[in-house]
Ligand binder design. Structure first.
Ligand code: PLP
Length: 381
């Protein structure tokens, strides 16, 4: 950690000392954006972008506050401490880790490192597009495999699509936008069956929220075994720090060596400090997981009650079959001051709804019922 203490900065910057004293005396409000029917006055209910509405670790907030006086320097000790904390959490040596501002850059760097005319990658549709888009822009071909009838990865079809020019198989687990997960034993068997020279990229952005969490589902064990696998994680989702920009990739050093020429820099000093503190704040993490799961269950139970279909939800969102064209549904929701997910072709009468606070989701469910009734999708009660 930094050798610059808060005390010395607080001494030199009186306003910082005042701020820290104020913060020390202020109880943190865990959830800062509670909405209710007064959402109009407070701006729209934003359940469109898979952001965390519950808030983030108070310890991380405090650690960042304490580091505000240090940002005249580049992140050195802070970046090293961040890697060390990840190494301890993931049980991999530090040369298996690359840190980035959010996990998105890991996806883009991988695409740029592997794409070339004549090469292809395999993904699913609908799926998360960041890696595939960059791959295509860099001249590669993207093979998009339809999901199964359960809206999950079709591993057999993905395997069949592999040819001698395939360089990456991308598995987003849970899948965004459907929220479905891949059975971990099946995924391990799939990884073992893929030719060794093909990188299997497992995007675990939401995996903490799946049944069984990281422990039961993560493919990090395959990385530890030295397989040609890259696992990416982010602080934008369950950790609630999307605006901070911290994430990382874990892969054998020879894979990371291919990515490094495309690395535009790690997370900034505050992001390193905040994310490191968040990793140490188990209580905040557990509370966030618990709230996410309970609120997601509240939503899925209400949908069951209405007889509305949705995909098996393991992420921070629920993909709902409204039966209404998404652009129309989105516009109707927006009229009611609720922002929901964008269209995900080809599932154009489905809607991805991010999990917001309990109050936000109760408002959403009430408005959802009204709109679905008006659209003739639900019988009026
Ligand atoms: C599946 C998945 N991977 C990666 C990301 C990238 O997010 P970030 O760059 O904030 O880590 C997202 C963001 O929504 C996502 O849904």
């Amino acid at each position: 950690m930094s050798t610059h203490t808060t005390e010395s900065h607080a001494g030199r910057f009186p306003r910082l000392a005042t701020l820290l004293a104020f913060l020390a005396a202020t109880p943190f409000v865990w959830s800062q954006h509670e909405f209710d029917d007064a959402a109009d006055e407070r701006g729209p209910i934003r359940i469109s972008g898979n952001e965390n509405a519950f808030g983030y670790s108070p310890a991380a907030m405090m650690a960042m506050m304490e580091s505000l006086g240090n940002i005249n320097r580049y992140a050195r000790d802070e970046a090293a401490a961040f890697v060390e904390a990840i190494s301890a959490k993931e049980r991999v040596p530090s040369d298996y880790i690359i840190t980035t501002p959010g996990s998105g850059p890991v996806l883009v760097m991988t695409a740029l490192a592997y794409a070339a005319p004549g090469k292809n990658m395999i993904t699913v549709t609908p799926g998360y597009l960041q890696l595939a888009r960059a791959f295509e822009q860099a001249g590669g071909e993207v093979k998009s495999i339809p999901l199964t009838d359960d809206h999950a990865h079709d591993l057999d079809a993905m395997k069949e699509a592999i040819d001698e020019d395939t360089v990456i198989v991308y598995i987003c687990n849970p899948n965004n936008p459907t929220g479905t997960i891949v059975d971990p034993d099946k995924l391990r068997a799939f990884i073992r069956s893929v030719p060794r020279d093909i990188l299997v990229f497992v995007d675990e952005a939401y995996l903490e929220l799946a049944d069984g969490g990281l422990e039961a589902n993560s493919m990090i064990g395959m990385v530890r075994q030295g397989r040609n696998v890259l696992v990416s994680r982010t602080f934008s989702k369950v950790y609630g720090m999307a605006g901070l920009r911290a994430g990382y990739g874990i892969a054998p050093p020879e894979v990371l060596a291919k990515l490094r020429p495309f690395h535009l820099g790690g997370p900034n000093l505050l992001a390193c400090v905040g994310a490191t503190a968040a990793l140490g704040d188990e209580a905040a993490f557990a509370e966030n997981v618990e709230r996410y799961r309970a609120t997601r269950e509240m939503v899925t139970e209400a949908l069951d009650d209405m007889g509305v279909k949705y995909a098996d939800a393991h992420g921070s969102f629920v993909f709902i079959h409204t039966g209404v064209p998404i652009e129309r549904f989105q516009a109707r929701m927006e009229e009611r001051n609720i922002l929901v997910g964008r269209p995900f072709p080809p599932m154009l009468d489905w809607c991805r709804v991010s999990i917001g606070t309990e109050e936000e989701m109760m408002t959403f469910l009430r408005v959802f019922r009204e709109i679905m009734t008006e659209e003739g999708r639900l019988a009026s009660r």
